[in-house]
Design a protein around this ligand. Structure first.
Ligand code: SF4
Length: 83
């Protein structure tokens, strides 16, 4: 039996995002570019809590301006990036 995947939220620092689109390409189930060219969470990653995936973890790690933050949907604590 495998452990249930962790439920997470994604926060986008809109002042930092430069609209590179890398996160939307790498984790399209979790992030998309909005009409103003700034990334935004989709499908429950904004507030409902959705499943943590390796693609999402990579997107947070590889954002060129560190605009993405992963939070636990249950505890509210920060998962990534490391402080
Ligand atoms: S990878 Fe970072 S800078 Fe690029 S669109 Fe996503 S949040 Fe914005």
């Amino acid at each position: 039996m495998t452990a249930p995947a962790e439920a997470v939220l994604v926060r986008v620092d809109r002042a930092r995002c430069i609209g590179s689109g890398m996160c939307a390409l790498g984790a399209p189930g979790a992030l998309a570019l909005g009409p103003d060219g700034v990334a935004e969470p989709v499908s429950g990653y904004a507030d409902g809590g959705a499943e943590l995936t390796p693609e999402l973890t990579d997107a947070v790690d590889y954002c060129p301006v560190e605009a993405l933050t992963l939070l636990s949907a249950r505890g509210g604590y920060r998962i990534a990036p490391a402080e």
